[in-house]
Design a protein around this ligand. Structure first.
Ligand SMILES: [Zn+2]
Length: 257
């Protein structure tokens, strides 16, 4: 391509660029159910709730159960209103005008200015403020106004009671292991099996981060026979039979690939 054409192309790109709005609306964060991964909670919406689109969460014996951040953000309010309104509540600023509220808490586990991610425990279910029994009062807001709650982009039930199961923080944990081959380097494969291409090796004794685990070709190694394969990078898998993880099967908390 000649220089003249490049110049014309650049001019064209500039012209297109000028048409893009200076501050496009930011996409909503992917909000998740504000409880630890795997838990199921009954969530209720009702027309006489204040504000209208709030969601009240309950489950059996929920007093003191952990409440987690719905999405990554910065805690910008940790407030105790005493025996009125929200009582003890936390607000998280998610950017783009989005925020979430967690009210009637029993106690706090975060402070103002703290950065939180999915699954971070921010407090515990309580019955503080104008509450008549333990529950979590939860809100999503945009520019200060309450909006209809969505989890993973799916609208909550308005109006009524529905069970919501949390996938909050399920995929955020990784495990670690140590390769043990008694000498030779361990072959890294592009997929979870010996039939996949060899894409490298890891040295005996190397520490590896395991992002997820899956089932593949059965391999007999230092730690017996296993079909588990560990993903240690993008397109990089090693046989778990050669990795000391402290667990005979899958590592608790590490997701399936
Ligand atoms: Zn409420």
């Amino acid at each position: 391509m000649g220089k003249r054409w490049l110049g014309l192309l650049a001019a064209g790109l500039l012209a297109v660029g000028a048409l893009i709005p200076a501050a496009p609306a930011m996409a909503a964060p992917t909000f998740k159910v504000p409880f630890p991964c795997g838990q199921s909670w009954s969530g209720q919406t009702r027309t006489n709730h204040s504000p209208a689109y709030s969601l009240d969460f309950n489950r059996t014996d929920d007093l003191g159960d952990p409440v987690v951040a719905s999405a990554p953000g910065t805690v910008d309010r940790v407030t105790d209103l005493g025996g009125t309104s929200y009582g003890k509540y936390v607000r998280i600023n998610h950017g783009g005008g989005y925020s979430t509220y967690y009210a009637h808490l029993n106690g706090f586990n975060v402070s103002v200015g703290q950065t939180v991610g999915y699954g971070k425990v921010i407090g515990w279910v309580g019955s503080t403020g104008g509450s008549t029994g333990p529950h979590l009062h939860y809100e999503q807001r945009l520019n200060g106004a309450d909006i209809q709650v969505r989890f993973n982009g799916a609208l909550a039930l308005y109006w009524g009671t529905k069970t919501y199961t949390s996938d909050n923080g399920c995929g955020s944990s990784s495990g670690s292991g140590t390769v043990n081959t008694s000498g030779t380097p361990l072959t890294v494969r592009s997929g979870p099996g010996t039939g996949y291409a060899a894409v490298g090796t890891v040295a005996d004794g190397a520490k590896v981060t395991i992002h997820c685990q899956t089932s593949g070709t059965s391999v007999t190694g230092t730690y017996g026979t296993s079909t588990i394969w560990d993903r240690i990078g993008s397109g990089r898998f090693i046989a778990d039979a050669y990795v000391y993880t402290g667990h005979d099967g899958y590592i608790p908390g590490v997701p399936r690939c």
